[in-house]
Every structure is written in C-alpha cells, then in structure tokens.
Design a protein around this ligand. Sequence first.
Ligand code: K7E
Ligand code: CUA
Length: 662
Amino acid sequence: MKNLVLGTIGIFVLGLMLMAGCKPKTLSSAVSGDAASKTYVPPGQYDEFYNFVSGGFSGQLSVYGLPSGRLFRVIPVFSVDPEKGWGYSEETKPMLNSSHGFIPWDDYHHPEMSQTNGEVDGRWVFGNANNTPRVARIDLKTFRTVEIIELPNSGGNHSSPFITPNTEYVIAGTRFSVPPDNSNTDVPIHTYKENFRSYISFISVDKETGHMDIKFQIECPGVNFDLSHAGKGPSDGWFFFSCYNTEQAYTLLEVNASQRDKDFVMAVNWKKAEEYLAAGKAKKVPVRYAVNRWDESTHSATSEFKTEVMVLKASELPDMCYMMPCPKSPHGCDVDPTGEYIVGSGKLAALVPVFSFSKMQKAIADKDFDGEYDGMPILKYESVLHGEVQKPGLGPLHTEFDGNGNAYTSFFVSSEVVKWRLSDLEVLDRVPTYYSIGHLCVPGGDSRKPFGKYMIAYNKITKDRYLPTGPELCQSAQLYDISGDKMQLILDFPTIGEPHYAQAAPAELIMKDQVKIFRIEDNNHPYATKGEKDARVVRDGKQVHVYMTSIRSHFAPDNIEGVRVGDEVYFHVTNLEQDWDVPHGFAIKGAPNGELLIMPGETCTLKWVPAKVGMYPMYCTDFCSALHQEMSGYVRVSPAGSNVPLKFHVGELAEEAADENM
Ligand code: K7E
Ligand code: CUA
C-alpha cells in the first residue's frame, strides 16, 4: 500500500511536469546568423514546400508555405466554415452527417499524405476526427474535403489515419475502448474488463477514386491505442500501434493507467488478417455508420449509411497480433525509412526504445515469448530490442526521420528536439523549442523517402513569444534547418488552432494536377444554370427555387418579387466565370447561416426561410471586379398568403414593366 501511495505521488509529480512542461531559462530568441536569408521568399516567388498542419480543436487543416511560414489556406474538414459556406450550403451539409446526426465540429490531430511505393505522391491528405470517430480525405486537386467515413465500435479515433506504403489501407485505432455498438452498451463502467473492447479499423482506399470503405476491424481487449505507423520495405505488411492503459483502468487514468512499467507496441500482420478475412474467419457484425462523399461532377455531397462490418478477433486468430513490451505509456510509434526500426516513445520513460523488425521476426519464429496478453503472445523485450537511446530528454512524444540514418524526437517536458543516429543510437544534437513541443515534422519524414532539409516543431505553449492576446495565446510552429550536422532554428510562426501532426511535400508534387476552374459544360448539378437566359424563379408549393447566375458584375435575376413569409427559398447560384481566381459570393440580409463562395463553373445553394415581410438586399461578398459594389439585388418578401405574383428580372426598368403589380 505504501509503495502504491509513494508510486502514486511520484506519478503525480511527473504528471505536473507533463502538464506544465519546462521552460528553458534563457528567453533569447535563439535565432542566429543567416536565419533571415534562409527563410526569405521574395514577394512573387513560390515557397519550396507545402506544409499541411492539423488544427486540433479547430477541426481544420491549414496550408502553409515553407520556408516562409506564410499561411495560404484553411481547409474546413471536421468543421463548418461560414467563410466558404462549408456546412452551411445545401451541397456541403451531408459531409458532416453521422450516426449521431449532423456534427459540425471535431478534433483533428493527424494529417497523413497518400503514398505510392512508400513515397509521398501528393494526391490526398487524410485526417482523423478524435471525438466522434471519423476519417476524412482531402483532395489536393481542389484542396477540399471530399470524403468523411464514420467508424463504428470506436471511441476516440486517435491512432489514425496512418497509411500503408501504397495507400492500400488507412487505419484507425480507438483511443477509448467502449462496449461494441451491437452489444448491450448500458452496462456499469466498472465492468470495463469484461465489456469494453478496442478496435482497429482497416479502411481500404480505392486506387482510382480514393473512396474509403471499412474492409475489416480487429477486435482487441480494452486498451487505449494511441498512435501507429505502417511497416515499409521489409516490414511492409505489418502495422505497429502504441498502446497505453494496458492496466485497463477506467477512472483517474493519470494514476491508474501509469502503474505498469511497460505497456506495449502491438504488431499487426495485416497480410495475415487479409488471409483470415478471405478464409471466412471474420464475423459480420451489425453496426450503423455514415459514408459521406463529395462529387465534383454535381458539386454536391451525399451521405450513405452502412449497416455491417467484418470483425476479426485478435485473441482467437493466431499469428496476427503480437505485443512488444514498451516503457512506459507510449505515445508516438514511428517506423524509420528502411522499415527495420520501430521507435516507441514512452511519455513517462527516461529512454527511447528502438525495436528491430528482423529481431521481431526471429523472436516470432523462435516463439521467444514472455506470456500472453488476452491471447496475444508477448514477445520478450530483450529479444525484439535494437537498443535504447539513453538519457535523451524528458517526455518523448514523436519521432521523424531525415533519410540519412538520423531520427529527430520531440520532448514535451524538456521542450527540445533531439537528433540521434539510428544505427548506434548515439545522441548527435539537441535544440530547445519554445515551448512544450508535441509533434514534429520533416517533409516526407514518415515515408520511405524523406525529403529532409527542414524540421518543424509544433509547440503547445508560446508564453512570452508573441504579442499577448488575452487569456488564450496562439500555438506555434518553429522551423529548423537540418541540412547541416547541427539543427538551426530559422523561423517561428503562429498556427491556426492547436497543431498536432503535420506533413510537408515539395511544391511541384502538389501543384501539378491542381484544378483552376470547373468547366461549366461538365457541371451536372441538378440546379445548375448554364447561361443567363436560363436564369429563372420557379415556385413549387412553399418551395421557391431561384436558378441564379453570377458573372462580373451582376446576378441574374437581381430583382425577385412574390416571395412570401414562410417560403423555403433556395438560391442555386451558378458562377458562369471560366477564369482562375474569380469566385463570386452570395449573401442575403437576415439569412441565419453563412455566405456562399462559388468557384468558377460551380453551383452552390443557400437555403433561406424569410421570417418577416420586408425588402431584402442581396450582394456578392467577394471583391470580384471594379464594379463589385454594384453586384447586388433585392428580394421583396410579402406576407404569407399575399397574391403578389412571382416576378424576376435583371436590367428591366419600371417603364418597361407596365403591367407591374405595385
Ligand atoms: Cu498531439 Cu499525435 Cu494527438 Cu502527440 S498527439 S502531441
Ligand atoms: Cu461578384 Cu463581387
């Protein structure tokens, strides 16, 4: 008992350190010498890299240039964005559907770019929703979220969305175990061991369309999967997951899930899992989850609900899952570019263990086991260990690689990045971060072929770094040049939301297939208006459909009368422009949602139910031309039951409209 109490106090102290992080004593900027020239990108010139940074609790993905740190775009993913009408226009609403209804927010932690042959291919960025478990796919042709798939049997989709070397699968491991969806979920929380399970979802990705589908899930005992990475090269066909709370605690986890000296990295042979699936070893389980897809031919999203999933049980199927002991409450789980080394980062460990894939294979062949965990063999720690990085720093979280045999590990508690060599585990260099770094990113740093050159630290705390902004301060990114032996801090810039993971890739790779306009001939939106002569207003009972066009610098129609209080008015606005960078916006007074921001050749719909009689100006919200301020119009709203006839026009003056019902 005494030991437990003392141990508990120790953990509390460490916990406090973890919470606060440590701030280096000196407050100097630590930027030296030629830093400015290394990050200066002259006006009019392009950056060398795109940097995709998750926004954490903002639910968004932000796009920066490196080395300048310039912000180019914020992409709504698990969020609504009135600036772009995302989640407000009728077309985008289905993207945020789930079995819990419309969910306008989530917590986005990990961007992961698609790969071909283990190399970043620049097609898609995936992302995880940590709260209501979902995985998103963002298309880098349009920088839009084009698919969101929900995950059944899951709680807290944190170990996600990491991918296999040919983007065969995106995987998603549950952080919070829960009773399976089709079981009795109304059970006492203290029955955790008996009733709670963790799941890993293998989401297949169609090579052509990118469409995601849950191919199968693996059911495991109730632990917390934290992070993961796929094997590559020799370890292709395997997946590695850090798991904490192997104590299976369900309350005061900071103490109760920190009891064991070692938790695990779980190694999953997914090729074996595929064999079991093909051999009919999976159980078909009833569930309900949403698959939301954006279709750029109709410029609209649809939601579909799926009702079953195939489940493989880890405890019942041999040779599929193995546990590698890993000190202590591991967070990051990173595989080096050769695929031989797997780095576990125990948040409470004073060292960084590096596992060897070839030793792991040998240990499996020799049945070099140390008991089992719920039916899964535990491999002997010494047998699978390549070695330990000694005295690296405090609170290791994540590791990235430069492709030259070096690893870079972030240390939250000691606020630093440590560079070490994979072969002999020697520490080569360390640099402070300002402050409390979480993830870090080297361009291509989790792929088979890192692009190297830079390392970016993503920091949780920025006290005293920038002009203060009240109680909440920004988080930050810091850019280091890693082309030499020593890491050099060259820039720091604030981020949107809280950055967790990030990815970066050379600009040419991302620029090559980008869409500039949508061809109006290819617009298959059911309410598209392809020329001004087709602009019209159609009443269908209480519904009023406005087939509207926009082109510099007017809407057609721009005068509408005969709308009544309580009508459901749908403005289907087609942007007729066929020029790059000429969106038009649309807004109407009193509309309780966002604007529309319509790209050239696209159709977007704003729904509006006028509640009061009145004259409602509408206008273009994007400064599109010299006569942008003229791009406006009126909708006259009459009382419910009024007999003002439905009328619409553009450019027609009173003397021409002699039959007017005034
Ligand atoms: Cu921020 Cu990857 Cu959610 Cu570590 S996690 S920091
Ligand atoms: Cu169109 Cu401003």
